[in-house]
Ligand binder design. Structure first.
Ligand code: C6P
Length: 421
């Protein structure tokens, strides 16, 4: 094992106990293989408490929210609002009304692109992106930039896959209206210096939107300390249910934006030909929200708080160190992205002479779940000069033994795939 890199001790961290909290980790795959789940970056597994809470909603107080004329409606509404408050506390947002429930990161970013960009972007304005972004933080900006006559600019990447902040001033200009940046790359694992980027954006009068899909589940994030304007993330990557996500934005920005979707729940008064819109967050929550999922997300936050983010981060750092070292030892394997000190718990790689999809398919025969492909980052793969990569993404329920199983299985993969030719 590697050296301890954090002030927080992981000596008392009982990974076996944590694993018992996640029922799926005990299941056997065909051939009676244990499951080695190394695909948390795609979606995390769910602790029993989250599964039970979601079932409790449907079994005990299923009703629609904010229409409370009966006991069930009141109960489910107060549970959902409690979840909203847990999210506010998690990201240290100043106000609970700034927390908007969406269906996930993708919808949260589209909401800002449409509702902020659609209202405020003018021809000649610039949006600052970079090539490590997930398509969810690229395509909506391409679409709105096209519609509004704005221009996309890109922060160059360093050869090892970090944002080249020495070149930031050449692309961050007085015309930049917004910088959209990921907290952690879903391929390179790069952790970006959000505080510095947001501060330099602010000096130019630009807003900062952070795609927290990969970063929020792995460490504490304080929107006020970072000085950012919008944060988007998904519940399903944070040990919560699928179908729910979050957009946080500063009150004055959210209030200045038009609604994204029109319909029930988001209005104050509707006439035949026009409407007055409600206050935030309702203004951005048209229709029936993902109720049980939002409540389940609140329970997921209770769970990570119970384990402790500092402990999670420290354990995952050790695990990532181990994975990085063991994978570096595999002949013909090239790890993508920067050195360990700049990365989180994602390790993507290519194996010389082998197709990524073939590798993942053969790993699956050994019960090892990784992801292969472009991971919704085609421009990044273009930049790297590859069409696909294999990704192991780790969480605090993974173990060194599972990393060993991956490394051993890669030897098997090479044998099988070399024979096939
Ligand atoms: N990345 C992955 O395997 P949604 O699908 O809306 O919950 O999240 C989109 C998204 C946005 N930003 C980043 C950095 C992401 O990693 C993701 C989702 C998954 O990498 C599925 S492609």
């Amino acid at each position: 094992m590697g050296s301890e890199t954090s002030a927080v001790s992981v000596v008392d961290f009982d990974v076996a106990a944590v694993r018992r909290d996640f029922p799926i980790l005990a299941r056997r795959l065909p051939g009676d293989l244990p499951l080695v789940y190394l695909d948390t970056g795609a979606t995390s597994q769910k602790p029993a408490s989250v599964i039970a809470k979601t079932a409790e909603v449907y079994a005990q107080y299923n009703a629609n929210v904010h229409r409370g004329v009966h006991t069930l409606g009141d109960q489910v509404t107060s549970e959902m609002e409690e979840a909203r408050e847990k999210i506010r506390a998690l990201i240290n947002a100043p106000e609970v009304d700034e927390v908007i429930f969406t269906s996930g990161t993708t919808m949260s970013i589209n909401l800002v692109a449409r509702a902020w960009g659609g209202r405020f972007l003018k021809p000649g304005d610039e949006l600052l992106l970079n090539e490590m972004e997930h398509h969810a933080n690229l395509v909506p900006w391409q679409q709105i930039a096209n519609e509004r006559g704005a221009t996309l600019r890109f922060i160059p990447l360093t050869p090892d896959g970090r944002l080249d902040l020495e070149q930031l001033d050449s692309v961050l200009t007085d015309r930049t209206r917004l910088v959209a940046v990921t907290g952690m790359s879903n391929v390179l694992g790069t952790i970006n210096p959000i505080g510095e980027i947001a501060s330099r954006a602010r000096q130019r009068g630009a807003l900062t939107l952070v795609d927290g899909a990969q970063s929020v589940p792995h460490d504490t994030l304080d929107v006020q300390a970072l000085g950012i304007d919008f944060l988007a993330f998904s519940g399903h990557k944070l040990y919560g249910p699928t179908g729910v996500g979050v957009l946080w934005g500063k009150r004055e920005l959210l209030e200045s934006m038009d609604p994204f979707l029109g319909g029930g729940n988001m209005i104050r008064r509707v006439w035949k030909d026009r409407s007055d819109f409600g206050e935030i967050p309702a203004k951005f929550e048209a229709g029936t929200p993902p109720i049980a999922q939002a409540i389940g997300l609140g329970t997921a936050i209770d769970y990570v708080n119970h384990v402790g983010f500092a402990t999670i981060a420290a354990y995952e750092r050790k695990l990532t160190h181990y994975a990085y070292r063991r994978l570096s030892e595999v002949a013909g394997l090239r790890i993508l992205g920067p050195a360990e000190e700049h990365r989180g718990s994602i390790v993507s790689f290519v194996l010389e002479g082998l197709q990524a999809n073939d590798v993942s398919e053969v790993l699956d025969r050994k019960g090892i779940a990784v992801r292969a492909g472009h991971h919704c980052t085609m421009p990044l793969h273009d930049l790297l000069g590859i069409s696909a990569s294999v990704r192991a993404s780790l969480a605090f329920y993974n173990t060194n033994d599972e990393i060993d199983a991956l490394v051993d299985a890669l030897e098997y993969v090479r044998k099988v795939l070399t024979k096939r030719r």
